[in-house]
Design a protein around this ligand. Structure first.
Ligand SMILES: [Zn+2]
Length: 209
């Protein structure tokens, strides 16, 4: 996995592409990108959907140390264990419901007061959960992605995702742990070798919402 990733993660101008363009409204920029990133990961996951099935992925795992349980805080308050495809289905439905809510994601709105006070928190939650789809795909379906010739596409999407979420502090460091090494490689963060193997060790990852 590492070699394929290194081979396809060249240097690009994505790091600058994610920054707020001069004169643009931050919330509008976040809103547009939330929808774009959601669409991108949903199309990518769609190409893998026939391989990510209950029998193959009975739990929403990201490697042996992390398993996500679904809760949306509304209809499902207590996190439930479910298969990866079911989890992703819940997750995508949940994202769609929010981006389609004109009170949360007002269409064509701009300026102060156009977005509700909780908007940025909602965006953070969406990106935090979308990350889990990448984490699952990298840990459980990377070989299939390679077979499909899609690893360069996946890596570019993820790199873009990491730059964007890092630029606006959208996903907490500990949430990125299942792909910590990859994230650090993308951001060019040097980490002591000793700390690398210990990160996340022994932690069962539940729903953090
Ligand atoms: Zn799967």
């Amino acid at each position: 996995m590492r070699q394929h990733i290194d081979a396809t993660l060249g240097s690009g101008n994505l790091r600058e592409a994610v920054l707020l363009p001069p004169g643009e409204d931050l919330n509008e920029w976040l809103a547009v990108n939330t929808v774009d990133f959601y669409n991108a990961i949903s199309v990518l996951y769609g190409t893998l959907a026939e391989y990510c099935v209950d029998a193959q992925c009975p739990a929403m795992c990201a490697g042996p140390k992390y398993e996500y349980r679904w809760a949306d805080g509304a209809a499902i308050k207590k996190p439930i264990r479910c298969s990866a495809p079911r989890y992703v289905e819940y997750l995508f439905e949940w994202v769609e419901k929010q981006v389609d809510d004109p009170k949360l994601f007002p269409q064509g709105a701009t300026g102060v007061g156009a977005f509700p006070p909780g908007f940025q928190d909602a965006v953070k939650k969406i990106f935090t959960r979308l990350f889990r789809v990448y984490a699952h795909v990298y840990h459980s379906h990377f070989a299939r992605v390679v077979d499909l010739g899609a690893e360069a596409h996946l890596n570019t999407l993820f790199k873009h995702f990491v730059y964007f979420t890092n630029a606006f502090s959208l996903v907490k460091r500990e949430e990125l742990a299942p792909l910590g090494e990859l994230v650090d490689g993308i951001l060019g963060v040097a980490r002591p070798t000793a700390a690398r193997n210990e990160e996340g060790a022994g932690r069962g990852e539940g729903e953090s919402a």
